[in-house]
Design a protein around this ligand. Structure first.
Ligand code: PLP
Length: 362
């Protein structure tokens, strides 16, 4: 397996051709076969999750709403699908050396869990500023934590070093064929369960989820509509699609912290997939995300993180359409004090700003 290193590309882009001469020429495999192969590869680590009817939301929105419950993955977010697929595809030599990544969020948890289940070594590189509870959560999943420097960039340099000097494999969070194939299995399952789904409204950050799912959904039903949803500020993929090439954007603090981060200025797969297969885009404000978290809890009794309800927030804010609509509840890694404050309608501090609270009402 000729795995390419995301961090190597970022740190030293001019070396890309030399480092991975074969991989740069690889086109993605046909979407359906790709998703079916990923499903076999992730089996036993990532689960097939239920597609739940949501009667209260359906009534509110005047169309049938179905919820794909990725919070029921053992790592509590869909990112396990991609990580499990990538790890399952490592050759024996790569397995012996282990995997590395530098995410403190859902991707880091997914890599730690999938590596633990597969019996291979995982190192998660973090900055010294990452709070101890997050470190403990990753260690509890059996990963080694290395705390380096005072920023994620410095942690990324340590990842690159482990790849170069110890032969470990970097598992990137979105821009890799195996990661996209893993995330794309969500579309396969949803359309197997409900072939009549007319519209998917998907959270969009790096685009592994929406780009991967859109390829498969369009292969299964060319008429299905795919809407990508990002937050109003810090939507790197939406800005990149508008610019016609990957660009960086400023990133204010958001309730949807899992949707933060750029798409990589040397993006190779997800930018094109999103450009070619997503039909339209919508952005949501912090207040709309706040209200969507309340709505999902008060109407359907489901706990979610802000990044998991951007799609619902778009529908509640007026994104229209017809026919059955599918949402992916992507994760529930929410700080419970923040969650409780939102359910109580209290103000929430986001970095330097205060998001005004709003009591829940129908
Ligand atoms: C990573 C993540 C997303 C976005 O997925 P991308 O592949 O980066 O677009 C959405 N929701 C949650 C909870 C996530 O962790």
């Amino acid at each position: 397996m000729n795995y390419i290193s995301w961090s190597k590309i970022q740190v030293n882009p001019t070396n890309m051709q030399q480092n991975c001469p074969r991989d740069t020429q690889v086109a993605l495999p046909p979407p359906l076969a790709d998703a079916e192969a990923a499903r076999r590869d992730m089996a036993g680590v990532a689960l097939r999750t239920p597609l739940l009817p949501a009667p209260a939301l359906s009534e509110m929105l005047g169309r049938e709403v179905l919820l794909k419950m990725e919070t029921m993955q053992p790592s509590r977010a869909f990112k396990l699908r991609g990580a499990a697929t990538a790890i399952a595809r490592l050759n024996p030599a790569a397995r012996a050396k282990g995997v590395v990544c530098c995410s403190t969020g859902n991707h880091g948890r997914a890599v730690a869990y999938a590596a633990q289940q597969s019996g291979i070594r995982a190192v998660v590189c973090l900055s010294e500023l990452v709070p101890p509870n997050k470190v403990a959560a990753i260690e509890a999943l059996g990963a080694e934590v290395r705390r380096i420097g005072r920023s994620q960039d410095e942690a990324a340099v340590e990842v690159a070093r482990l790849v170069a000097e110890e032969g470990m494999t970097d598992i990137p969070p979105f821009d890799h064929p195996d990661i996209m194939a893993g995330q794309s299995t969500i579309a396969l399952e949803m359309l197997e369960d409900r072939p009549d789904l007319a519209h998917l409204v998907l959270q969009l950050s790096g685009g592994g989820l929406a780009g991967g799912m859109a390829r498969v959904a369009k292969a299964m039903n060319p008429a299905i509509r795919i809407t990508g949803v990002s937050m109003q500020h810090g939507a790197a993929m939406a800005a990149s699609l508008k610019a016609g090439r990957p660009v960086d954007v400023d990133e204010p603090h958001s309730l949807a912290d899992s949707l933060g981060g750029g798409i990589g200025l040397h993006n190779r797969f997800t930018f094109a997939a999103c450009r070619d297969h997503i039909d339209d885009h919508w952005t949501v404000s912090e207040a709309e995300i706040y209200r969507a978290m309340q709505t999902l809890y008060y109407r359907e009794r489901l706990v979610s993180e802000g990044g998991a309800v951007a799609g619902l927030a778009a529908l509640l804010a007026g994104l229209d359409g017809s026919g059955p609509v599918g949402l992916v509840i992507t994760g529930d890694a929410v700080d419970m004090a923040q969650f409780n404050a939102i359910m109580a309608g209290q103000d929430v501090t986001l970095g330097e700003t205060i998001l005004k609270g709003q009591p829940w009402q129908l």
